[in-house]
Design a protein around this ligand. Structure first.
Ligand SMILES: [Cu+2]
Length: 227
C-alpha cells in the first residue's frame, strides 16, 4: 500500500517534470513539424496550435515525415532544413529563428502544401524600387496652360529636395512657354516655341531652385528649396 503510493507519486512527479512534448534534457522550446500521410503539412506548438508567430531564438523542430511522396522543407533567414521526399523519417532540427518570416513547404507540392510564420519583428519588406527612383527624379512640366510645376514621378508637387544629382524629366507642353531651371550651378531651358520631352541630368546644390517660363517669368514660375 505504502509502496504503491510512492510509485504513483514518483510517476506523477515524472509527468509533472516532463510535460508533454518536452523530453527531459532539451532546453529549447519545441515545434512539431508534420507532413503526410495525406496532402497535409503542419507546424504546431506542442499543444497542437498552429505556429503563426514565435519569439526569435533557438528551437528544436521535431519533424515527422509520414509520407514517401512529400517532404518537410523549412526555410528563411539562417534556416534551410529539409527531409527527403522518398523518406519516411523522424528527425529533430535545432534551428535559430531571427527577426524574420519563415516558410515551410512540401517541395513537390509547394503551391498547395505550404505555410508561413513570423519570428519576432521581421524587417520591413524590401522597399519597392519606385520610391527610391522617385527620390532622385523630378518632373518639370510647363503648359499646356500658363503654368509650370515641379513634381516627383508620382505627380506630387515638391517644395524641397535634397541636394544631389537628379534626372529631371522636362515636359514642355506649350508652344508659347518654355521650362527654364535656374539654381546654384544650374541653368537649363527648353525652347520657347518648341514642345516635347527631354531629360536633364543636373546636380542640385543647397539653395533656391527656380523654374519659370521665359515668356512670362513673373507669372509662370515656381521655386523649391534644395537642402
Ligand atoms: Cu507533397
Amino acid at each position: 500500500m505504502r509502496l504503491r503510493g510512492l510509485v504513483a507519486l514518483a510517476a506523477t512527479a515524472a509527468f509533472v517534470l516532463a510535460p508533454a512534448g518536452t523530453p527531459s534534457g532539451s532546453a529549447n522550446p519545441q515545434l512539431l513539424a508534420t507532413v503526410g500521410p495525406g496532402f497535409t503539412i503542419r507546424l504546431t506548438h506542442p499543444d497542437g496550435s498552429a505556429v503563426t508567430k514565435v519569439d526569435p531564438g533557438v528551437y528544436d523542430v521535431v519533424v515527422r515525415d509520414l509520407a514517401n511522396e512529400h517532404n518537410f522543407h523549412l526555410s528563411g533567414p539562417g534556416v534551410d532544413e529539409l527531409t527527403d521526399v522518398e523518406a519516411i523519417v523522424n528527425v529533430t532540427w535545432t534551428v535559430t529563428f531571427k527577426d524574420a518570416r519563415y516558410t515551410f513547404v512540401c517541395d513537390p507540392h509547394s503551391s498547395s502544401m505550404r505555410g508561413t510564420f513570423v519570428s519576432g519583428t521581421p524587417p520591413a519588406p524590401a522597399p519597392d524600387p519606385t520610391p527610391a527612383a522617385t527620390a532622385k527624379k523630378l518632373v518639370l512640366t510647363v503648359g499646356p496652360t500658363a503654368a509650370i510645376i515641379l513634381t516627383n514621378t508620382a505627380g506630387k508637387r515638391v517644395s524641397t529636395a535634397k541636394a544631389g544629382v537628379y534626372t529631371i524629366l522636362v515636359r514642355d507642353r506649350s508652344k508659347v512657354h518654355n521650362a527654364h531651371l535656374v539654381g546654384k550651378g544650374v541653368n537649363r531651358k527648353s525652347g520657347l516655341a518648341a514642345r516635347g520631352t527631354q531629360t536633364w541630368k543636373v546636380r542640385l546644390s543647397a539653395g533656391l531652385l527656380r523654374f519659370f517660363s521665359d515668356r512670362n517669368p513673373k507669372s509662370v514660375r515656381g521655386s523649391i528649396k534644395v537642402i
